[in-house]
Design a protein around this ligand. Structure first.
Ligand SMILES: [Zn+2]
Length: 333
């Protein structure tokens, strides 16, 4: 634990978090990551709820991609369920892991390198303290001074990118038994068994022996109460199953479809997409998924399913550039 001695809006500032050194109870901190080009620090809100009894350390992070705010609502709605007098173990909650991205309503960390380098923090882990990219240094601070020693299990809360929509969807490395266990506790519509992505929080944590999931909670830039309800239930289920709180696991009657491959249908040329299928709908090979029109309203393309599958993602913003997603399917092969 390294307190800076500073107090910001009444909240103590730390530049290294070590929950083992904290007393039982609920604590608020600002975690000081790196500084911006004016020399001002990026401060991340951190809440630690530590029980009186030893137990699992659960880490909940939201909004490492700055436009993916849904998990902040999940964290805020989980808080009333966390009573340190009854909790076994510790919960660390970070509702907003990329403040500069959030202020830009952007997925990225806006590094000023060579005018502006939009950096994907979820490909940068565990970061590099000596990098020429400020985003990588920011990632390094999160990894080494916020995550390490504070997480036995980790849920990284995301959503689909701006302009596209997922249902409640999970990326999970099914080669790891504890990851399967975590995934099975979430009331998710769809789950992808995948080997991970280099540099992502989830994948790098799993490689370091910390079971982790990437939860994709619907759409960017919104708080959807139904998705929040399910996200909260998944967190509670996790805490129940790991013996942190009393209760009964409840999957809300949802049976997850577990797939092994994402199949993307991308726009061949720019235009206005009209999607004709709904999330979680089963489609068959050859079924029409969407049309594309030009500015005059002429249909210039129709998009069909290249295989059988379940609709995993759709574009919600009609303007599409070449190569952008129109519809994505999940299938099991
Ligand atoms: Zn994301």
């Amino acid at each position: 634990m390294k307190m800076t001695g500073d107090i910001l809006s009444g909240v103590p500032v730390v530049d290294k978090l070590s929950v083992d050194e904290l007393t039982p109870g609920t604590h608020r901190f600002f975690f000081r990551a790196t500084t911006n080009s004016l020399g001002n620090a990026h401060h991340l809100p951190v809440i630690v709820v530590k029980g009186r009894t030893e137990g699992t350390k659960l880490f909940l992070q939201s909004t490492l991609h700055g436009d993916e705010v849904q998990g902040i609502d999940v964290i805020h709605q989980v808080l009333p369920h966390l009573d340190p007098a009854k909790l076994k173990g510790t919960v660390v909650l970070v509702p907003g892991a990329n403040p500069p991205g959030m202020q830009n309503v952007s997925r990225y960390y806006p590094a000023q390198t060579e005018t502006l380098t939009l950096t994907n923090l979820n490909r940068m882990m565990p970061g590099d303290a000596n990098s020429s990219n400020a985003g990588s240094r920011f990632a390094y601070a999160l990894w080494h001074n916020l995550y390490m020693d504070n997480a036995d299990i980790f849920l990284d809360l995301h959503t689909d990118s701006t302009g596209t929509a997922y249902p409640f969807f999970i990326y999970a490395d099914f080669r790891i038994a504890e990851v399967c266990r975590l995934a099975a506790l979430q009331p998710a519509d769809q789950i992808l068994e995948d080997d991970g992505i280099d540099g992502s929080v989830e994948t790098e944590l799993v490689r370091n022996g910390i079971p982790s999931l990437t939860l994709e909670l619907g759409c960017a830039n919104v708080f959807n109460p139904e998705i929040t309800r399910r996200g909260v239930q998944g967190v509670l289920n996790t805490m129940i199953d790991y013996g942190m709180i009393d209760g009964t696991v409840d999957l809300l009657g949802i049976e997850s479809f577990v797939g092994t491959e994402q199949v993307s249908v991308q726009a061949d040329q720019g235009g206005f997409a009209r999607v004709q299928v709904k999330l979680n709908e089963d489609v068959v090979k050859g079924q029409q998924l969407a049309t594309m029109t030009n500015s005059f309203g002429d249909v210039i393309a129709t998009y069909t399913a290249p295989c059988d599958g379940r609709v995993l993602s759709v574009c919600t913003a009609p303007l599409r550039e070449p190569g952008t997603l129109v519809v994505q399917l999940l299938r099991r092969v």
